[in-house]
Write a protein that binds this ligand. Structure first.
Ligand code: ATP
Length: 620
């Protein structure tokens, strides 16, 4: 994949001067340096993983019956420290499932057999001891490589000063050979950033910056050219040599990549059909092949072809038997390893709730400032809409005609601010992907994420409400009453927070932006219909009235109407009452509308929390 021209970052988290202040442990910068300087290796430790008859069976529906389907048949193997393991096999062979079992992304309770860490059953804290790098790159596109790793370090490394964390980041940048693009943004479809291979390495960096002792990577080279793939596997090998235990799944590696691995395991239809070093594969497969092995063939490809022929003839069991026979000859179990007394116990989370929230808040804040659609475009829109509405509803007259216009103005304002909240869905969905990856390995609490996510936009929303009201309020000539102006700023602010809360909740439950936009718009359209603007509450059929109560549009509409109707002179008291009755506007105080919108804001956030808890709580 070709590197693309990169855009510079706007504002790094730490100044270059601050970076230069950091002593780099005397490590040369030419790529021959150890992956991590010695004093940042604190989180290390030697870990041997062992599977004993480890298997995974699920229940599937076949016709009307539920049947067992074994995805991974009982496997036995050992992965030692400093050993780079590749799990290979054709599509559907069970590679990802096996990796998920090893990474405990599939709960232990769902698997059979034993899974041991240094001879003892893996414990609940295993996820924090290990790192898991997903196949997709879920990164904030507008943060630079260095910033991305700095936030990851702040969130994931416990008990180190900020200076030391920055040093770890610099070590990671060097180890992953990202020095040349450290100040380039990660980028996405719309923003040019680092190349595909570099992005992969950043993703790996995010998940290993806390230097987990055990690292799992799902297809770290997928979609990359063979040279970039080799660079990545070489980098992993380098990291592995620092006493790490690393397992990756990989699809058809080139010969050079294949030879970098210390150990490979081939899967076929959920069975383990080869377990050994790449160098022993030729000998292993010679008796399985009808023809002599070609001299310069890609051995892994050749073996996959042989496996495929056994799969087609339904004789995979023969491959398993062949492996067992060979293994018997050289097997030396490490199952008698004593549980280590020095077993590394990572602490629960690297930071407390408040520290975590403030780091996430900072990252979100930088992200909002750099994502024009989230604030600058919307503030420009507030000015334009304020001016357009101001000229359309210029100096609303008193009397009957004026009140009709006021209703139109109020309905449009709330509709505009609530409907446009959905525009941020793609950005929220990207944040959800980043969250899924980070929270999946115990980087921070869900509550911190939701809290930071809820708070970060508040100052921006207040600025939007202030700008819009300052323009439209006086042009429309609502009233010169200061209290009414302040009320409208606050009401529009709460409309924005509630709309944003709704959009965030939608982003928590939908699979993609298209579905979210369609479903979200449909729900909002219904809520708008039952706001009381189109059909007064008194005329809504009984069976539908509940929609009027839960309509987010009802309360700001009533609040805006009431705050302006209340200012009519005493001579127009009858007219005022007539309109309150016509629109079935309750007799409560206008501040009640603000209270209800705040309740919506908190409610949507709470539902967002629950949605994420259910979605990412303990599932694979
Ligand atoms: N929860 C499940 N229920 C039913 N079938 C499942 C489940 N999980 C995995 N499978 C099936 O098990 C098989 C192995 O899946 P897995 O994702 O591990 O394959 P893979 O080797 O990683 O394939 P690929 O390279 O295409 O990603 C597939 O046929 C898949 O459809």
């Amino acid at each position: 994949m070709a590197a693309v021209e990169a855009a510079p970052a706007a504002e790094p988290v730490a100044s270059d001067a601050a970076m230069k202040d950091v002593e780099l442990g005397g490590a040369p910068l030419d790529g021959t340096a150890p992956a991590f300087s010695s004093h940042t290796m604190a989180a290390g430790g030697s870990y041997t993983l062992e599977a004993k008859d480890l298997s995974y069976t699920v229940k599937i529906k076949e016709g009307k019956e539920m049947k067992d389907k074994t995805i991974v048949h009982p496997v036995n193997f050992v992965i030692k420290p400093k050993q780079l393991l590749a799990i290979m096999g054709a599509s559907g062979a069970g590679k990802s499932t096996l990796l998920d079992i090893l990474a405990t992304r599939i709960p232990r309770s769902a698997t059979d057999g034993e899974y041991l860490l240094n001879g003892a059953p893996v414990a609940a804290n295993f996820k924090r001891l290990s790192g898991y790098v997903m196949q997709d790159d879920a990164l904030y596109p507008l943060l630079t490589v260095r910033e991305t790793l700095q936030y990851a370090a702040l969130l994931r490394i416990p008990n180190l000063s900020r200076k030391d964390k920055w040093e770890v980041v610099e070590d990671t940048i060097r180890a992953l050979k990202l020095t040349a693009c450290a100040d380039t943004i990660c980028g996405d479809d719309r923003h040019r950033g680092v190349s595909g291979g570099e992005k992969r390495r950043v993703s790996i960096g995010v998940d290993i910056v806390h230097q987990p002792s055990i690292i799992f990577l799902d297809e770290p080279t997928s979609g990359l050219d063979s040279t970039t793939a080799l660079q990545i596997v070489d980098t992993l090998k380098d990291i592995c040599s620092r006493d790490r235990t690393i397992a990756v799944t990989i699809h058809q590696p080139s010969s050079r990549v294949f030879e970098v691995f210390d150990k490979v395991m081939f899967m076929s239809k959920g069975h383990l059909v080869y377990n050994g070093p790449p160098s022993a594969l030729a000998t292993h497969m010679t008796p399985l092949s009808k023809d002599p092995l070609p001299q310069f063939a890609n051995l892994s490809e050749l073996f996959l072809e042989i496996v495929d022929s056994y799969e087609k003839s339904g004789t995979v069991e023969q491959l398993v038997e062949h492996r067992k026979e060979i293994e018997k000859a050289r097997q030396r179990s490490v199952s008698n390893l004593e549980p280590e007394s020095t077993h590394h116990e990572p602490q629960h989370f690297a930071n407390n709730f408040f520290a975590e929230t403030s780091i996430l808040l900072h990252r979100n804040f930088v992200n909002v400032l750099r994502t024009p659609e989230l604030f600058f475009v919307r503030i420009a829109l507030c000015c334009v809409i304020g001016l357009v509405l101001g000229s359309v509803f210029w100096n609303i007259p008193g009397g009957d005609e004026g009140i009709g216009q006021l209703a139109g103005y109020s309905a449009f304002v709330e509709a505009f601010f609530i409907f446009t909240s959905l525009e941020a869905l793609p950005i929220f969905l990207n944040e959800r992907s980043v969250f899924a990856r980070e929270q999946g390995r115990g980087a921070y609490r869900l509550s911190s994420f939701v809290m930071a996510n809820s708070v970060v936009m508040l100052p921006f929303f207040f600025a939007m409400a202030l700008v819009f009201t300052s323009i439209s309020f006086f042009m429309v000539g609502l009233s010169s009453d200061n209290a009414n102006f302040i009320f409208q700023v606050i009401l529009i602010f709460t409309v924005l927070t509630a709309g944003n809360g709704f959009a965030t909740f939608v982003s928590g439950i939908v699979p993609d932006a298209l579905t979210g936009n369609s479903a979200g718009t449909a729900v909002l359209a219904f809520m708008f219909l039952f706001s009381g603007f189109f059909i007064p509450a008194s005329q809504i059929p009984r069976g539908w009235i509940w929609l009027n109560y839960i309509s987010m549009f009802r309360y700001p509409f009533e609040g805006l109407m009431k705050s302006n109707l209340d200012l009519l002179p005493a001579s127009e008291a009858d007219l005022r009452q007539q309109y309150l009755d016509d629109y079935s506007i309750d007799g409560w105080n206008r501040w009640g509308s603000v209270g209800v919108m705040l309740t919506f804001t908190v409610g949507w956030r709470a539902l967002f929390y629950v949605a994420l808890r259910l979605k990412y709580g303990s599932k694979r």
